[in-house]
Design a protein around this ligand. Structure first.
Ligand SMILES: Cc1cc2nc3c(=O)[nH]c(=O)nc-3n(C[C@H](O)[C@H](O)[C@H](O)COP(=O)(O)OP(=O)(O)OC[C@H]3O[C@@H](n4cnc5c(N)ncnc54)[C@H](O)[C@@H]3O)c2cc1C
Length: 607
């Protein structure tokens, strides 16, 4: 018998209010099980909401430009009886294991962590290839594929625990995206931007330095020196630990073999007892851009600092796009940012983003929300772009365009099927709370297993996978993973956000301390910041926190620790923070919630 079911947004990690960028079906369409219905785009990646059953679309409940969160209905589907299942709620039924466990007795429920990017419909069981029967060139207890922060951490920890470990990396330099073309070079350049801005700001309190002379070659060399120092450090530590590093691109041959191709005609067959896949992700190259033109850049190209374009278009107002915009603006580029969502940094609470948006606008950055690039053409005099949306930029011709709209995992590029490892449609590999894939002796960690795609998540997962591979009885226990945008001001958040609490009906209390009341913040000219803590109304335990202002990325660690320790507002308030510091603002936000603050006057609460 025909039955109507609701297809809902599955568990999409720490994201809420994610914009719908594409509706893939219309009323009356016949769809297969697992077929994509709508495409969502967070600041980190795009994802499709799959149909949990075959049937006919009765009604599409969302349109392009809407923002959705976990559990919202996107499509009503008429199915043929048995396919629908009992609950009609299959859109959320296939959530991966990671993060699904309950909290310890008395503790707050654990928010989902380290999970797959979306809850994929189970791809068909892949049948592994048989062993090659070839003589192995290298044998080891553990092979780690990919030497990013996840991979090298896993390899080093495994070696420390006594496993004979081989680390395979396609590039000569170890460190992956984070060290070579991500976290580290971007922060080296952001520091330079901060110095330029701080010097300009000093004129406000009587110290004028004049216009900075920027030597781009020296700045590039500085960035490369920082990276190189840590490349060397990692190679040295691998040697000290007797981790054998093989240079080349690895792909599975069977469940216990990987072939490493050195790109120069040489291959080596490595036989392993266990494997940790840490092959990471790469920038999403939006179709329709002339990618063969060097004036169109992804974040890796932008970090090369080939020059300072007069007019730079940044496509995507997420963390990476805004960090690079911060660098190029300080170096002298005129910046235009277009973002599809209705706010910068979708996923972060709106009040957090406002001080950043205000400052960027003051600095002359043109921000266009609910807008997208529909065409980009390479011309002799620049990249000509046309736009669609609510806020069309005046400028149409740019010297360079940076496309920063998310990253895609490399799961589809390692012949995982030959090992029997299931890879979802989008290239993510599902793992359990011990980081095991569906093939128990093969683990996966880092960007390749899902959101949030952050280095500190990858390193924690790497350590865990190595410890489990070495026989330790461990599983993922962390409750939260902090996010930081190293913009100016910095924005950092951890745990439950206000937007998420609202969407999920979680009862929270908020303590917000404005930095305008912090003499230290005002002393450095940054009274626009604030610190916000979110508390469970029943237990008074802190469940989330967010900070905007200089050094927010450093300050948020205290909130993460408080959440992990199950701290109550009074625990934070009673912890004596040094004065005068920005860190005091964390204690003061707790005091605001408790009603014990003396650094602000708050009208008395009604009993
Ligand atoms: C511009 C930018 C700034 C960022 N800033 C931050 C930040 O400030 N903080 C933060 O936490 N995160 C940041 N990130 C994200 C962070 O870099 C990633 O989350 C992190 O690098 C993921 O680590 P990983 O080990 O999973 O993978 P990766 O770092 O992607 O490493 C994977 C490695 O595997 C190798 N590999 C892939 N396939 C193969 C193969 N078949 N054979 C052999 N080797 C292979 C790759 O060459 C790579 O070295 C940033 C990213 C970018 C792009």
């Amino acid at each position: 018998m025909a039955q109507t079911i609701e297809i809902k947004v599955p568990d999409i990690g720490d994201f809420s209010d994610v914009p719908v960028i594409e509706v893939l079906v219309a009323s009356g369409d016949r769809v297969d099980k697992d077929q994509g219905l709508v495409t969502l785009e967070s600041d980190k990646a795009t994802m499709e909401v799959p149909s949990s059953a075959a049937g006919v679309v009765k009604e599409v409940k969302v349109k392009v430009g809407d923002s959705v969160s976990e559990g919202e209905v996107v499509v009503l589907l008429e199915t043929e009886g048995a396919e629908a299942g009992a609950s009609g709620d299959e859109g959320t039924a296939n959530a991966p294991h990671a993060g699904a466990a309950d909290a310890p007795a008395g503790g707050p429920a654990k928010p989902p962590v380290a999970k797959s990017h979306r809850a994929p419909a189970e791809p068909p069981e892949t049948k592994p290839a048989p062993h090659s029967g070839r003589q192995a060139d290298v044998e080891c207890a553990l092979l780690v594929l990919g030497a990013g922060p996840g991979g090298y951490t896993a390899a080093f920890r495994a070696a420390d625990l006594g496993l004979d470990t081989v680390l395979v990396e396609r590039y000569q330099a170890l460190g992956g995206v984070c060290l070579n073309v991500g976290c580290i070079p971007s922060k080296a350049l952001l520091h330079a931007a901060a110095v330029i801005d701080e010097a300009a700001h000093a004129a406000d309190y009587g110290i004028a330095f004049g216009k900075p002379k920027i030597d781009l070659d020296a700045l590039r060399a500085h960035k490369q020196k920082v990276v190189g120092q840590f490349n060397k450090g990692l190679a040295g530590m691998a040697k000290q630990r007797k981790v054998r590093v093989l240079a080349g691109s690895g792909a599975f041959v069977s469940p216990n073999e990987i072939e490493v191709d050195d790109g120069k005609g040489g291959t080596q067959l490595v036989r392993f007892e266990q494997c940790i896949v840490a092959a990471g992700s790469q920038a999403l190259k939006l179709p329709g851009f002339p990618w063969d033109d060097p004036r169109v850049m992804d974040s890796t190209d932008a970090l090369e600092l080939a020059g300072t374009p007069k007019k730079l278009l940044v496509v995507g107002g997420g963390i990476i796009g805004l960090e690079m915009a911060t660098v190029y603006r300080a170096l002298g580029s005129e910046i235009t940012v277009v973002e599809l969502a209705d706010q910068l940094m979708p996923g972060a609470d709106k009040d957090l983003v406002k001080p950043l948006a205000d400052r960027l606008k003051k600095q002359g950055v043109a921000i266009h929300l609910k807008t997208k690039v529909v065409e980009a053409k390479a011309q002799k005099n620049g990249i000509a772009c046309s736009f669609e949306g609510e806020s069309i930029p005046e400028t149409k011709l740019f010297d360079r365009v940076l496309v920063a709209v998310g990253r895609v995992p490399n799961g589809g590029k390692i012949d995982a099927d030959r090992a029997g490892v299931r890879v979802g449609e989008r290239g993510f590999i599902d793992v359990d709370r011990q980081m095991r894939t569906n093939v128990p002796h093969i683990f996966a960690i880092g960007d390749i297993v899902g959101q949030p795609m952050l280095a500190h998540k990858a390193t924690h997962e790497g350590k865990l996978a190595a410890e489990v591979a070495a026989g330790e009885k461990k599983e993922w226990v962390s409750r939260v993973i902090p996010s930081v945008a190293y913009t100016d001001p910095e924005i950092a958040w951890v745990g439950v956000t206000e937007t998420e609490a609202k969407a999920k009906g979680i009862k929270i209390g908020v303590g917000k301390f404005p930095w305008a009341a912090s003499a230290r913040a005002v002393g450095i000219g940054r009274g626009e910041g604030f610190t916000k803590l979110l508390f469970d109304e029943a237990t008074h335990r802190v469940v989330g926190g967010a900070i905007v202002g200089p050094h927010a990325g450093e300050l948020i660690a205290e909130v993460a620790l408080a959440i992990e320790m199950g701290a109550e507002a009074s625990d934070i308030g009673h912890t004596i923070h040094p004065h005068p510091t920005l860190s005091e603002s964390v204690a003061m936000a707790a005091e605001v919630y408790e009603g014990t603050i003396t650094d602000l006057y708050l009208p008395k609460r009604k009993p």
